[in-house]
Structures are given as structure tokens and as C-alpha cells.
Write a protein that binds this ligand. Structure first.
Ligand SMILES: Nc1ncnc2c1ncn2[C@@H]1O[C@H](COP(=O)(O)OP(=O)(O)OP(=O)(O)O)[C@@H](O)[C@H]1O
Ligand SMILES: [Mg+2]
Length: 114
């Protein structure tokens, strides 16, 4: 897979569902966006619209009963290699997460040094 030189992250048709006892929650449906080098992208929307689930899926932090049901997240690694974050093995994503891509959780006092 090749993506343009300035493209760092390309999310395509992301789909995430939660299979709860109360029913299936289709949390993220067909979400696509691009992030270019040096760019800051904000996902904006009402509470519960799927911002956190989108970003957790990209960093592969969705736990059962959540499941990534479809889509791609092409990421250009520091070495120039382009990988699909959603199809890497657990070991491969662990190597990238924290080193090349990171998730700062919503509660900043627990995520950042105050
Ligand atoms: N573990 C879970 N089990 C069931 N449903 C979940 C779970 N986590 C998230 N959801 C559902 O997925 C949807 C998207 O939630 P998400 O947390 O991504 O919203 P958000 O846009 O980040 O909201 P906020 O602005 O409040 O942070 C919501 O309907 C939420 O209830
Ligand atoms: Mg959130």
C-alpha cells in the first residue's frame, strides 16, 4: 500500500460495534479522515458520537465486547513503511504504540504530569 508522502495517517471506512447484553451498539460507522504531516486534526461532536471509540480503535485499545468490524488505518512509520494499524499483530502494534503513536486519555490529570 502506498499513501502520499505528506500523509501520516489515513483512516478509511472505520466501523466499530459493541456487543452488549442489552444489544448491539454501532458506535462508529464508516468513518474516514486523513492526517497530514505537521497538521493538528480535531474530531468534534456531541457526547457519545464516537470520538473516543474512533481514536481508541486506531491505537487498538478497543476491548471486548467492542469489536473493530471493518476499515483500514494506514499509518506511515518513522522508517517510512506504511502499515495498516488495524491488521497488525498485537506484538507489532505494541511496538508502535507509545513509540510512534500515543493515546492521551480524557482525564488529563491521570494521563499527564500535572
Ligand atoms: N464499552 C462500551 N460498551 C458499550 N457501548 C460503548 C462502550 N464504549 C463506548 N460505547 C458507546 O459508543 C458510542 C461512542 O462513545 P464514545 O465514547 O466514542 O463517545 P465520545 O464522542 O468520545 O463522547 P464524549 O464527548 O462524551 O467523550 C456511545 O454510544 C457509547 O455509549
Ligand atoms: Mg470521548
Amino acid at each position: 500500500m502506498s499513501i502520499g508522502g505528506d500523509l501520516v495517517l489515513s483512516v478509511r471506512n472505520l466501523d466499530v460495534k459493541f456487543y452488549t447484553y442489552a444489544g448491539v451498539v454501532h458506535a462508529v460507522s464508516n468513518v474516514s479522515f486523513d492526517v497530514y504531516k505537521g497538521e493538528i486534526v480535531a474530531l468534534v461532536g456531541e457526547t457519545g458520537c464516537g470520538k473516543s471509540v474512533t481514536t481508541k480503535a486506531i491505537t487498538r485499545l478497543i476491548d471486548p465486547p467492542g469489536r473493530i468490524e471493518g476499515g483500514k488505518a494506514y499509518f506511515r512509520r518513522r522508517n517510512g513503511e506504511v502499515v495498516d494499524l488495524l491488521s497488525l499483530s498485537d506484538e507489532e502494534i505494541r511496538d508502535i504504540r507509545g513509540n510512534e503513536i500515543a493515546y492521551v486519555f480524557q482525564d488529563p490529570t491521570s494521563a499527564l504530569d500535572p
